[in-house]
Design a binder for this molecule. Structure first.
Ligand SMILES: C[S@@+](CC[C@H](N)C(=O)[O-])C[C@H]1O[C@@H](n2cnc3c(N)ncnc32)[C@H](O)[C@@H]1O
Length: 270
């Protein structure tokens, strides 16, 4: 099986997405979405940003490589009565089945960054965006001191080195790399802009409880725990992550979690 697909179908990302709804809605509210806008939400998961886009009246297609998340997103849209929000399985590397120039706006929040072959991903996103349309990506930043970059960094220290030729998803958080990828897809450099934004993870329990969700349901962290367990280092990984989650909690309470994480917001005008 495609290892990229297997990674995201392994756990249950809906458990993590539950902590991301507020920031997802806030982000979407600033995208200038109007009724009837054709939006592709790529790497949509269970619809953290796709559903709010549809609530604003956009005609939304959510695409994700993980079948379980496509199903979960469809159920959420149906339960919310959002007939203008459809989900389907697909790969950001090629976006097969999506016509050229279809979308006014392509949104990918911590989604397309996880697909292999980043140059193909940039080309596919540009291809399906109409001339004059926009692409908005949210990408975690390598070595950033905040939550997700640190989870991935700590986890990688407990996992075997990736296969040769593997390109880190975190490279999408480096401006020069993003420019190289989109310019090679035909976008002039001046049409690519960046700013640092914040996404806050909210959980009704203690930071340790949010960490347990990552440990048990988030593919990359699950893999790190499996590898650490085999190497007899599971407790060390758990300890390191607990310190991280607790030290980053800004809720002001020990039994409630609010952890802000910095990301690179990329806007591309096609
Ligand atoms: C960190 S989750 C983010 C999900 C969602 N955008 C959100 O903010 O809740 C990453 C998502 O990207 C999806 N993904 C990973 N590789 C992909 C690929 N090659 N094509 C499409 N989706 C992909 C995963 O299945 C997962 O749903």
């Amino acid at each position: 099986m495609n290892p990229n697909k297997a990674l995201w179908e392994k756990g249950d990302f809906t458990r993590i997405a539950a902590s991301m709804r507020t920031s997802g809605e806030e982000l979407v509210s600033g995208l200038g979405i109007t009724r009837g806008l054709k939006v592709l939400d790529l790497g949509c998961g269970d619809g953290t940003t796709a559903l709010p886009e549809a609530r604003l009246g956009a005609d939304v297609t959510g695409v994700d490589i993980a079948r379980n998340l496509v199903e979960a997103g469809s159920r959420r849209a149906q339960a919310a009565g959002l007939t203008n929000c459809k989900f389907r399985e697909g790969d950001a590397c090629d976006l097969l089945g999506l016509e050229d120039g279809t979308f006014d706006l392509v949104v990918s929040i911590f989604g397309a960054m996880f697909a292999p072959r980043p140059f193909d991903v940039a080309r596919a996103m540009v291809r399906v965006t109409r001339p004059g349309g926009r692409i908005v990506m949210g990408n975690w930043i390598p070595n950033d001191p905040t939550l997700v970059a640190q989870i991935l960094k700590i986890s990688s220290a407990y996992t075997p080195p990736p296969p040769e030729g593997f390109v880190s998803p975190m490279a999408w958080g480096v401006e020069s790399q993003v420019i190289e990828r989109f310019t090679s897809a035909g976008v002039p450099k001046e049409k690519i802009s960046f700013f640092r934004d914040t996404f806050t993870f909210h959980h009704p329990g203690a930071p340790e409880a949010l960490l347990a969700e990552f440990r048990d349901y988030y593919g990359p962290t699950m893999n790190a725990f499996e590898a650490a367990d085999k190497a007899g280092r599971k407790k060390a990984l758990e300890r390191e992550l607990r310190v991280l989650f607790e030290s980053q909690n800004r809720s002001g309470k020990q039994d409630v979690t609010a952890i802000p994480a910095t990301f690179l917001r990329v806007t591309v005008l096609c």
